[in-house]
Design a protein. Structure first.
Length: 223
């Protein structure tokens, strides 16, 4: 299997953490999104959406990080994706919440507009309004996740699942703007447990480098 990714990509690191922890063999193919390699050359034939990650399993192409996670977990029989229908539904429910609801405001309304010029809104007023909207929505999401984790060890129950790998990757982006989770102690406890996984330091090397580049910048975070 060949995995197309970039180590600084949030969605790529979700997959990298999972395959590293599970010991799933793959052929790495770095797509340099910083130089625009995802927009030209051969990559658009792999993923016409021109986004990483993408998985090529002997000619069968899977895109979207959540779909790749599910595919790899099911293919390898990973315990991180339970076969019990109700347990699996809880995992899918949490992944879908994180991906389609929380990440929209966390990433695209609060974090990325402050980091990347192509995510900045057209006017200062629109930009500030977007970030403020993101803050409000994110606070609600953090409170919800904290309440979930007050009752169980992991996001989808008391066992580590692919929902936790997905969530940990999403939450790692918050480190770039120095989000402090102290006011959400259950969520903070869970995130620190994910950061303590053996593969985390290696997978997060690019994230740490990016954080170093941003150390002198100030950001709007969670009030």
């Amino acid at each position: 299997m060949k995995l197309y990714f970039h180590p600084a990509s949030t969605t790529s690191r979700i997959i990298l953490l999972f395959v590293s922890e599970e010991g799933i063999p793959f052929e790495p193919e770095v797509v340099d999104i910083l130089s625009g390699a995802h927009l030209s050359g051969s990559f658009p034939s792999i993923n016409p959406k021109r986004l990483v990650p993408a998985l090529d399993d002997d000619g069968f192409i899977v895109t979207e990080s959540a779909a790749i996670l599910r595919y790899l977990a099911a293919k390898t029989g990973s315990a991180a994706y339970p076969t019990d229908l109700k347990e699996r539904a809880r995992v899918d429910e949490m992944i879908d919440y994180l991906n389609s609801d929380f990440y929209r405001d966390w990433g695209y309304n609060m974090i990325y507009p402050q980091l990347f010029p192509h995510h900045k809104r057209e006017s200062d007023a629109a930009h500030e309004g977007t970030v403020r909207w993101g803050q409000d929505r994110v606070r609600n999401g953090l409170a919800y996740l904290d309440s979930v984790l007050a009752k169980q060890r992991y996001l989808a129950g008391d066992k580590l699942t692919i929902a936790d790998y997905f969530g940990a990757g999403v939450f790692s982006a918050g480190e770039l703007i120095r989000v402090d989770l102290a006011q959400f102690p259950n969520l903070q406890r869970w995130y620190e447990s994910m950061r303590s996984l053996p593969s985390w330091p290696k997978v997060s090397e690019a994230l740490e480098g990016f954080k170093g580049m941003l150390k002198d910048m100030s950001f709007v975070s969670i009030p």
